[in-house]
Design a protein around this ligand. Structure first.
Ligand SMILES: [Zn+2]
Length: 333
């Protein structure tokens, strides 16, 4: 059994495996430009960001109904459970679906159907985080936030994803202020391909509690010192960094150096159907490539629960305490 862990950086659209893509395409009468799952599986071996994004957004065409989103989330949760995930905070991108004519209610209610059953069915507690596409306008993000208002009981927070460079966090200041006023928790992708200054801006202007990726903080020693001092969790995705060429090979990933520096690191799978592994696969990969030893794997697992949004009430705190006890009791042998 893999070590118990929380997954905090996971895009549900990035869990669409070729088999399910074909199943949903058939269900909805959507024609895919691939002969079969094997040919589609080969397309998943893209070699640059643009071919990844083309494939990623192209395949979303198969997601039409609540049942489709439910099946997508349920398939992820089953895989996550097998990877030792006990708690998942799941990102979704409503703008990508609204643009295709799929209402936000369909997306949220469909995902919620799977999430509502998850503890009972998979032993995985869940939260939902709505992400804004940063390459779209701040007005569009604000409209999306308003569209989500009838469903806020389903959503714990908001995030910011997609192409980072040229779209600094400050662009979304008002949206984040509005989200905070609605009681939503705040996270944002920053410092993946964008500069360290974007991380500072996400903290100071957007007031995020966690930074997604945050990899490039290592270029700024003062920023590292601050992140350590304020114990800001970073949701790292090492396999994603290699596939999207943020770094050349996993052996060069700064995870070990980041842990040495005292940063609060977590390890996650990002878009696992596309990036070659789910979260425990990632734990294994960093152990092999970076010599992350067992006690450091335990630290990563402990950090994941400490950084989780499990602090709303006594039930949350009890759940977190139980998960942390499972981490401490875990034996690697
Ligand atoms: Zn991401």
């Amino acid at each position: 059994m893999p070590i118990p862990k929380a997954e905090l950086h996971l895009h549900i659209e990035g869990t669409l495996e070729p088999e399910l893509a074909f199943e949903l395409a058939a269900r909805n009468g959507v024609e895919l430009p691939y002969a079969d799952t094997e040919e589609l599986r080969k397309a998943y071996l893209f070699d640059d960001l643009q071919s990844f994004l083309d494939l990623y957004y192209g395949l979303m065409a198969v997601l039409r109904t609540e049942a489709d989103f439910e099946d997508l989330a349920d398939a992820y949760l089953a895989r996550a459970a097998a990877q030792g995930v006990r708690h998942a905070e799941i990102f979704f991108d409503p703008q990508a679906h609204i643009a295709r004519g799929v209402p936000i209610a369909t997306v949220i209610e469909g995902l919620a159907r799977a999430l509502d059953r998850s503890e009972e069915r998979h032993g995985v507690s869940t939260r939902l985080i709505m992400c804004f596409l940063r390459d779209q306008s701040a007005e569009s993000a604000m409209e999306t936030l308003h569209a989500a208002r009838p469903h806020l009981d389903r959503i714990i927070g908001v995030g910011l994803d997609s192409a980072e460079v040229g779209h600094p966090p400050a662009k979304f200041k008002e949206v984040y202020e509005a989200a905070a006023a609605l009681g939503l928790r705040l996270v944002a992708h920053a410092g993946e391909e964008g500069p360290p200054a974007y991380i500072t801006e996400a903290l100071d202007v957007l007031r995020v509690e966690r930074v997604d990726h945050g990899l490039r903080c290592m270029e700024d020693p003062e920023l590292v010192e601050r992140l350590v001092r304020e114990r800001v969790p970073l949701t790292l995705c090492p396999l994603s960094n290699v596939r999207l060429r943020a770094i050349d090979v996993l052996e060069e990933h700064p995870l070990a150096r980041m842990m040495d520096a005292g940063l609060m690191c977590t390890v996650n799978s990002d878009d696992p159907a596309y990036f070659g592994g789910y979260v425990d696969d990632t734990f294994h990969a960093v152990r092999e490539a970076l010599g992350i030893d067992q006690e450091r794997l335990r630290t990563l697992a402990r950090n994941s629960f400490e950084a989780a949004f499990l602090d709303r009430d006594a039930a949350d705190e009890a759940l977190r305490a139980r998960y942390l006890a499972e981490v401490e009791a875990y034996s690697f042998d």
